[in-house]
Design a protein around this ligand. Structure first.
Ligand SMILES: O=C(O)CCC(=O)C(=O)O
Ligand SMILES: [Fe+2]
Length: 202
């Protein structure tokens, strides 16, 4: 398990973002996607807000629905995911001294036609968000399914900003500094599933 952790950290240190495939196994992707749909059918999802206004449904900015994960009510497959994240946090704290103390994660479901416009994750209401983490739960994702993540890397003096496009392939994990990288979710042509979260300082 150390290899994807190392890949992600090296990516953040050298490029400003890290990506690793197979952060979770195809079986775990399928089990989490299934669990997400069960939670959805049970009415546990809510339209996501944008952080400063209270959860008014901001369809013009983002169209996803979310459900926060919580240790107390997590099922075994959700617990296994959160455990993998806590191993990742321990690894980061041993190698990068970021002083991460807390995590928060939610499922996200983008129905067909939805997106999340360009934004930064360090919301006005939580400056403790240090690293943003997204793990995709889309089995058999195809290019025509849309919903790619676009990251905007700052340019140097003469270079323009660079756009990096990341496909939301099941099992893939993306991580970047919450306050630094503007990003957006391009329109999903097919339902798009993920678990998104933040690694936070104390
Ligand atoms: O799902 C993604 O690729 C990014 C989601 C995102 O930017 C967010 O929830 O803040
Ligand atoms: Fe974001």
């Amino acid at each position: 398990m150390i290899i994807p952790f190392e890949t992600i950290i090296n990516g953040i240190l050298t490029d400003g973002y890290g990506v690793a495939d197979n952060f979770i196994t195809p079986d775990e992707v399928a089990a989490l996607a299934d669990q997400l749909h069960q939670r959805l059918s049970a009415g546990k999802f809510k339209a996501a807000g944008t952080g400063n206004e209270q959860v008014s449904v901001e369809n013009a900015v983002r169209g996803d629905e979310i459900m926060w994960l919580d240790d107390a009510t997590a099922t075994p497959v959700e617990k296994a995911f959160l455990l993998r994240i806590s191993e990742f946090v321990s690894y980061i704290n041993q190698t990068c001294y970021l002083g991460l103390r807390d995590v928060e994660f939610h499922y996200a479901r983008y129905p067909t036609g939805t997106f999340y416009k360009r934004h930064l994750d360090q919301f006005r209401n939580d400056s403790r968000r240090k690293l943003s983490v997204i793990c995709y739960l889309n089995t058999d994702w195809q290019e025509e399914d849309g919903g790619q993540l676009a990251l905007y890397l700052p340019g140097a003096v003469v270079d323009p900003e660079r756009q990096i496009i990341i496909s939301p392939i099941g099992g893939r994990l993306v991580c970047f500094e919450s306050s630094l990288l503007p990003h957006e979710v391009l329109p999903a042509i097919h339902e798009r599933l993920s678990i998104t979260g933040w690694l936070k300082t104390g």
